[in-house]
Every structure is written in structure tokens, then in C-alpha cells.
Design a protein. Structure first.
Length: 407
């Protein structure tokens, strides 16, 4: 096949692959994605940075061939073990026997758990290690748990390009290779969803790594992540957004998340939303369904929570338990722990039942586990809410709106 490489800087090329069809990846809905890999051509050596998902090797090799014969690659940098970045590595190791593969010690172990690595020529790297390609110097920076133990960044000193692997990425399939081609707002929107779903529980590590980069005096002109567009025009906006997301800086906004059987919980959600809006506070109402409809999947909802000061979760009680879609969402929320950032979030549970109830107790416990400060023990109605109960929901919404503005 034929495919075109994209030049980032003299001697630096994007040679990755575009996956137009993927719609789900580890529980995350996405409109396609890219598996970014980069070729850096020095006067003495040529390096391939990162790789691609299994089945997309032909795209990568076709783009490399536009520049050089792939067999002439002198070294490979493997920033991360996960197969969407390393799936093509076994083929490269066969194509170029003995090629040095630069990665962290944790990555050596990780690759051994994914592939048959007998005969692979690993070069273990630590922060500050470097390799000279001839006029182009690659410097390695360990980044454990951003987002796997093996992760690292690679910095091209002369061009001030940070190859950040998963950090600063976005899941999007697009003809645009750069942030200014896609547009700042859209690029940041996809970056926010990526952060909310993958990096929220690692916020402290993100802040620490950004601080470390600043302490080292590393100037970043361009960020080339492993998914999505390359940042060249809006680097400062992206870095600022990452700091805010990692600290939990949010808006005067409430996200209401719920599912409903016979619209009783739905009626409560609407009344709560009206009360919140009456206080001039923004609100996003998200119904949980099968995720096939835009905005109903948990991965589309957590970015709204990331920028909200308050979270309300509603559920009917089914067989003495929380509704299945809500249970799924709460499991996801507990893992992300969005309330444990520097800026707190508040919230409570609501719902309806036809027997003894109890779903709100499960929700309340889950909110607390997710770090969200529960401001009351929730509100649960029997069957359908009557006028007075809807009035109470409205007033609870107003009270929440006032609390949000006071945060």
C-alpha cells in the first residue's frame, strides 16, 4: 500500500496509522483514533519512536518507506508497552534483527509478558539518558504511571519536541495532523475526554511530572503524543488545561447522571435541574443508556463531571439493588476518583422505588469512595413523585446551586 508521511520539522516525520473504524477501546467510546509513530533522521542514525496497533503495520511501513528503507532504521524507542503502541514491534524486530530498542526497565518486563522477546536487543533507559543521532539528540524522561509503570517521554532537544506517548493525546481519526488544522476548541475537547477517562486518578503524578519538566528547564515547542493531533500552536493552552484538570479546577456547573424505568427518576432529575438553573448555575443532565446514543455512555459523561463542582446520581431500585446501568457508571466513577483532586466536588443521590428502596444508599457510598463530598443522605420517593416531592427536588436543586456558587 501507499501512505504519506507528514513532516513535523526538518528530519522529523509522523509515520503513524489512522484507524477510522474503531468505536470502543477499554470501555471508552471514540470516533476512531490514530496510532502515532515518528521517524527522526539524524546525520548518523535514524530512530523510530513508538509503533502501532496490530494490523496497522502496513500503514506505518508505507509512510516510513517514503523517507527511507525501513531496514535502515538504526534504533527504536518504545515509550510504552500497551499494544496500541507496540503491536508492530515484533514485526520490526524480525525485519531488523538485533535493532536496539530503548525503553525503561519496567518496559522490558512488560514486553516479555506480551510477546516472545528472545533475541530482542533492549537498551534500558533512565531519566536523563540520551542518544545522539547526529545533529539530533533524544533525551529520555521516565514517566511511571502516566499511565502504565513502564511509560516514558522522549524529548528531541534541538527541535524542542516532546514525544509524550499517551499524555496529551486524544482519540480522534482525522485528516488533520496538527492542532491548528483541527481547531483549538475541538482539539481541547478531545483532549479533555482523554484526560477525564484515563488520567484523572493520576492527577498528582501529572502535576509532579509537569513540575519536574519545568524544573529541568525543558522548553517545549511541540508535543507529539501517541494518539490524535500534534500540538504546535496551542501548546500553552494544552499545558494550562492539564494543570487545571489535574487540580480539579471546575465551573459553576452541576452534572446530573441517572437512568429510569418508568420516568419517575427522570421526573426528579428534571425538577432538580430546574432548581439548579433557577440559581443561574449551569447544569448537564445525562441519562445512562446503552451508549449507542451520543452522550449516554459513561466515557462521554465523565468529562462533564471533570469540569463540574457538583455531581448528582439518580437510580430506581431494582430487585433491592441499584439499576444496572447506574451500577456500571458508579464502578467507573469510583475508579476515576474525580472528587479527590485539589478542588473538591459535592453531590448527593436521588431516585425512586416500588418496595423498600435502597439504591440511594449504594450511590451515596460510591460517591464518597469517588471522593465526592456528600451534602445530604439523598432523596428517594415511592413509585412516582407527587407535586410536593417534585417541589422538594426543585428546592434541593436551588440549595445545591447556591452551594456551588459559594465553592
Amino acid at each position: 500500500m501507499k501512505a504519506t508521511a507528514t513532516e513535523l520539522a526538518p528530519g522529523v516525520y509522523w509515520v503513524g496509522a489512522i484507524d477510522w473504524n474503531i468505536r470502543d477501546y477499554h470501555g471508552y467510546t471514540l470516533p476512531g483514533t490514530t496510532y502515532n509513530a515518528y521517524l527522526v533522521v539524524g546525520t548518523e542514525k535514524v530512530a523510530l519512536i513508538d509503533n502501532t496497533y496490530p494490523g496497522f503495520e502496513k500503514q506505518l511501513l508505507a509512510r516510513v518507506r517514503e523517507i527511507i528503507d525501513p531496514a535502515k532504521i538504526d534504533l527504536i524507542v518504545a515509550n510504552h508497552v500497551e499494544i496500541d503502541h507496540s503491536g508492530g514491534l515484533p514485526g520490526m524486530a524480525k525485519l531488523i534483527p538485533g535493532v536496539p530498542i530503548y525503553c525503561t526497565a519496567a518496559a522490558v518486563t512488560g514486553f516479555g509478558r506480551h510477546y516472545s522477546t528472545e533475541g530482542w536487543n533492549f537498551i534500558e533507559t533512565k531519566s536523563g539518558d540520551s542518544v545522539n543521532l547526529g545533529g539530533k539528540t533524544l533525551v529520555f524522561l521516565e514517566a511511571p504511571m502516566l499511565h502504565w509503570p513502564d511509560s516514558m517521554f522522549t524529548y528531541l532537544a534541538e527541535e524542542k519536541i516532546l514525544f509524550s506517548n499517551d499524555a496529551f493525546g486524544q482519540h480522534i481519526a482525522s485528516a488533520a495532523r496538527f492542532d491548528d488544522q483541527l481547531g483549538k476548541d475541538e482539539a481541547l475537547l478531545h483532549a479533555r475526554k482523554f484526560y477525564a477517562n484515563l488520567l484523572t486518578p493520576l492527577a498528582r503524578k501529572v502535576l509532579k511530572k509537569l513540575e519536574e519538566v519545568g524544573t529541568l528547564g525543558i522548553e517545549i515547542r511541540m508535543i507529539a503524543p501517541s494518539h490524535g493531533v500534534i500540538w504546535r500552536s496551542y501548546v500553552a493552552d494544552l499545558l494550562g488545561a492539564y494543570v487545571n484538570w489535574s487540580k480539579g479546577v471546575s465551573k459553576d456547573k452541576v452534572t446530573i447522571v441517572f437512568d429510569t424505568m418508568h420516568h419517575s427518576t427522570d421526573m426528579m432529575a428534571q425538577a432538580l435541574a430546574e432548581g439548579i438553573m433557577a440559581e443561574g448555575v449551569d447544569v448537564k443532565v445525562c441519562i445512562l443508556k446503552d451508549g449507542k446514543v451520543e452522550g449516554t455512555h459513561r466515557s462521554n459523561i465523565v468529562p462533564e463531571i471533570l469540569e463540574s463542582k457538583a455531581v448528582l446520581v439518580g437510580s430506581p431500585t431494582l430487585q433491592d439493588e441499584v439499576y444496572p446501568t447506574v451500577a456500571d457508571f458508579l464502578s467507573y466513577l469510583r475508579g476515576l476518583r474525580p472528587g479527590k483532586l485539589e478542588h473538591k466536588k459535592i453531590g448527593f443521590a436521588f431516585g425512586s422505588h416500588g418496595g423498600k428502596g435502597g439504591a440511594i444508599h449504594y450511590i451515596t457510598d460510591s460517591l464518597r469512595t469517588a471522593g465526592i463530598e456528600v451534602i445530604n443522605e439523598g432523596f428517594e420517593v415511592h413509585y412516582r413523585p407527587d407535586g410536593s416531592e417534585l417541589d422538594r427536588c426543585f428546592e434541593m436543586g436551588r440549595d445545591l446551586g447556591r452551594r456551588v456558587k459559594a465553592l
